[in-house]
Design a protein around this ligand. Structure first.
Ligand code: VGL
Ligand code: ZN
Length: 212
């Protein structure tokens, strides 16, 4: 069983959004192309949604801090982000151009104001599960193909948790974009994922390998 996982393809991470990822919009057509193959290459298509209360501790505005500075949250180092993906706002919604019809289930994260949650599996303290890992195991899924936003945060931490949980993980290079607070962050994240055991492929390579 193989699942395609779309990480945080939400308005606030797209152009014009509160935490716009450079070229983030470019992941949408690639995600749509891959999710068309549900029932063939992929048995399941899942999505994660960053979904913060407006008092979330990762927001610079709630800490009297400068956006992009470093602070602490839940005893961990924490980037101070602009307010983003606030529950009930347009920015938290999935991109209008993202095809949600193939999506079987959505896993929300980042709801606890006292800790951030980059990974789609666990919060940053690895304390609370979103239910994604349990859901996948229960469905008998062993292989994961992961894409979305952002390469150097939520995608990377989702891939690393998935590997730790024992899944075979493929990261889709052309279907992900990085925040790049430092210009090399995206490339470093890809190296970290590769070193941890992820396959790094393009969407074309995935389609070709599956002969479709
Ligand atoms: C993300 C920063 C803060 C992400 C979420 O989806 O990569 N990055 N919240
Ligand atoms: Zn967030």
């Amino acid at each position: 069983m193989r699942a395609l996982i779309l990480i945080d393809v939400q308005n606030d991470f797209l152009s014009g959004g509160a935490l716009a990822v450079p070229k983030g919009d470019e992941v949408i057509p690639v995600a749509n192309e891959l999710s068309k193959h549900k029932g063939k290459i992929f048995d399941l298509v899942l999505a994660t949604q960053d979904y913060h209360p407006k008092n979330h501790g990762s927001f610079a505005s709630n800490n009297g801090a400068a956006v992009g500075s470093m602070g602490k949250l839940g005893g961990l180092d924490q980037v101070m982000w602009p307010d983003h993906c606030v529950q009930g706002t347009k920015g938290a919604e999935f991109a209008a151009a993202l095809d949600m019809k193939p999506v079987d289930q959505i896993f929300k994260k980042g709801m606890d104001p006292a800790i951030d949650s980059y990974s789609g599996f666990y919060d940053n303290g690895q304390k609370k599960s979103t239910g994604l890992g349990e859901f996948l195991k229960q469905k008998g899924v062993r292989d994961l193909v992961i894409l979305g936003l952002a390469t150097d945060y939520c995608v990377k931490f989702s891939v690393l948790d998935a590997l730790r949980l024992g899944f075979d993980v493929t990261f889709v290079k052309d279907a992900s974009r990085a925040v790049n607070l430092k210009p090399t962050d995206g490339d470093t994240a890809i190296e970290d994922m590769r070193k941890a055991g992820a396959h790094v492929l393009t969407s074309a390579e995935i389609l070709k390998k599956s002969n479709r």
